[in-house]
Design a protein around this ligand. Sequence first.
Ligand SMILES: Nc1nc2c(c(=O)[nH]1)N(C=O)[C@@H](CNc1ccc(C(=O)N[C@@H](CCC(=O)O)C(=O)O)cc1)CN2
Ligand SMILES: Nc1ncnc2c1ncn2[C@@H]1O[C@H](COP(=O)(O)OP(=O)(O)OP(=O)(O)O)[C@@H](O)[C@H]1O
Length: 191
Amino acid sequence: MNKSSLRKYYLAKRKTLSPEEVKSKSEEIKDLFFQEINLESVEYLHIFLPIEKQNEIDTFLIIKELKRNYAKIKMVVSRIIPSTFEMQHFLLDEENLTKNHWGILEPSGENLTEIQPNQIDLVIIPLLIFDQQGNRVGYGKGFYDRFLNQCRPETLKVGICLEEPIEQIEDVNKFDVKMDFCISHSNFYKF
Ligand SMILES: Nc1nc2c(c(=O)[nH]1)N(C=O)[C@@H](CNc1ccc(C(=O)N[C@@H](CCC(=O)O)C(=O)O)cc1)CN2
Ligand SMILES: Nc1ncnc2c1ncn2[C@@H]1O[C@H](COP(=O)(O)OP(=O)(O)OP(=O)(O)O)[C@@H](O)[C@H]1O
């Protein structure tokens, strides 16, 4: 299937999940993340903040555990620039988050510390579905493809997903950046 059909299908499928299902899968994904990913040399870690009404994975579970057990890691969250489909990145300050037009919590306020993409060592990526080669489908605006392209080549790209992979996304293009790993609620995939 192509990205457009996959996006429609998996957006609709995700909407049918109950809050309990999203919560329990989010817990399992969080556990697999800490089991499988070596965070020793990670200084800056980008994490997305969940769009609740879209039934996205609750990444606050990962954030809590990072704060508890990996206090040295600096967490980075982003703000979208809708006109250019780019993102700007800032140190996470949970006291200063505001919901944007799409229901995404974003850093706001005056004391923001901006972080450049080339400083980031690991990116946790949102996605709707992925394939067995490590390609992903998101909401289709290319925000993460642009961002990942600005990171260092060795930056770890870790997708988290509520679904298991399909065989192949038909219309992968030259802008698509492959993930290194993807974590579902029951499996860890390495590409
Ligand atoms: N939690 C989270 N944050 C994220 C993403 C994500 O997938 N999850 N993104 C992943 O990339 C980026 C935001 N993605 C966006 C994707 C589309 C539109 C948008 O313009 N939507 C239109 C409808 C588009 C359509 O129907 O084609 C709208 O709502 O009006 C905005 C942001 C960055 N932050
Ligand atoms: N680095 C880039 N420069 C210019 N255009 C880009 C770049 N990356 C992606 N695009 C364009 O953005 C559009 C969306 O890409 P795609 O369908 O792969 O989105 P997606 O991966 O599902 O979305 P997202 O990354 O926002 O989750 C495509 O038209 C693609 O060509």
